[in-house]
Design a protein around this ligand. Sequence first.
Ligand SMILES: Cc1cc2nc3c(=O)[nH]c(=O)nc-3n(C[C@H](O)[C@H](O)[C@H](O)COP(=O)(O)OP(=O)(O)OC[C@H]3O[C@@H](n4cnc5c(N)ncnc54)[C@H](O)[C@@H]3O)c2cc1C
Length: 393
Amino acid sequence: MNLDFTPDESAFRAEARAWLQDNVPRGGRATDGEHMLEFDREWQQRQYAGGWAGVSWPVEYGGRGLSLIQQLIWYEEYARADAPLPVASAYFVALSHAGPTVIARGSEWQKSFFLPKILTGETVWCQGFSEPGAGSDLAGLRTRAVVDGDHLVVNGSKIWTSRAQHAKYQELLVRTDPDAGSKHSGITWVIGDMTLPGIDIRPIPCMHGASHFCQVFYDNVRIPLEHVVGEIGDGWNVAMATLGFERGTASLAEQIMMSRVVERLIELAHTELGPDGVRPAIQDDEIATRLATLRAEVAALKAMSYTSISRAQRNFVPGSEGTIIGCYNSEMLQRIFRMAADLLGPEMLDRDSSDENWVYEYHRSIMTTIGGGTSEIRRNIIGERVLGLPRDR
Ligand SMILES: Cc1cc2nc3c(=O)[nH]c(=O)nc-3n(C[C@H](O)[C@H](O)[C@H](O)COP(=O)(O)OP(=O)(O)OC[C@H]3O[C@@H](n4cnc5c(N)ncnc54)[C@H](O)[C@@H]3O)c2cc1C
């Protein structure tokens, strides 16, 4: 793996930096509701108009067809310019895993119909994987679909569906063959349309006050068969690709944001008083050690991501080792915002502004070891598929 950038890559970086400098929206972003959606849509449309949506997506579907290294450079410059965090955007599912799954496994019609609408900001997507009885044990899902002519007819319920209330499309996992033998067989990955008759979306309030996710009910919902991604019954393999994208490279921009937050905390530790109430916090050994460790961890995570991108260049679908990054990333985010809480104390509440959303980010960090797979499940995957340890069941 070569860590030096080519002249073309450096020129690309300069171009990205200049565009971001002129175009990143200022003044903060609402964190939920219609204002958030409007903000995210405008920002997505602006990136598309500037030629920056889908840096590594194929040109024929509206992307720029550039390399994953250029995608990584874009994320680096993006975070450096303090642009809105992709993982918090209404377009995150569409851009980070639904789109890449359709690129990797979709039909030609699906690619040309769905992908451009993602990049232009026309469609928000959500993910309908988890069910009331199937979260960690995703293969235990029971939402049923039967083939009726040229449609799938869906009945059942999905839960914790982030932004279902704003989405046009959904990556939906359904059981098409309950007698297939193993629970991983007989599952189908289909693109659901959230505006179809028979869909009932009920928002669930969260601890940070917003309704980030919903429970969704399906009552004889008819989805055209041409929306099935991959083969009927092969949905588990397609879902593993989706989760590879979700748990791996998708978190890149967030890592760069973490690096910025750690540097900001180090800066604050020079002015905030430490536990003795007399000297600056940075002069407290424990705080200084924790901050230095976080800075080293950020560097380690960045090195892991570069390795992963380098591997993904050769094989577009990320492997299970992306789970190591996902696991480390989410747990580190929690350590960073716990550090912020320890450093700022109750003052964290007063410091919240449009530029520094400490309380919201602290709350958001808590969910990162659950959404997209819990830390325990990620460790199981690492043990079984990366280290080759015996399966737990
Ligand atoms: C903010 C947020 C957003 C989400 N968004 C979406 C979304 O958009 N779409 C979607 O489909 N889902 C979404 N989810 C759901 C998420 O994927 C599930 O919550 C997650 O997979 C865990 O499932 P569960 O909640 O059913 O917990 P459970 O599976 O019931 O797990 C409970 C506990 O048991 C542990 N556990 C379970 N099985 C094992 C095992 N085999 N070994 C060791 N420990 C185990 C778990 O780690 C956990 O601590 C979201 C969740 C959150 C928090």
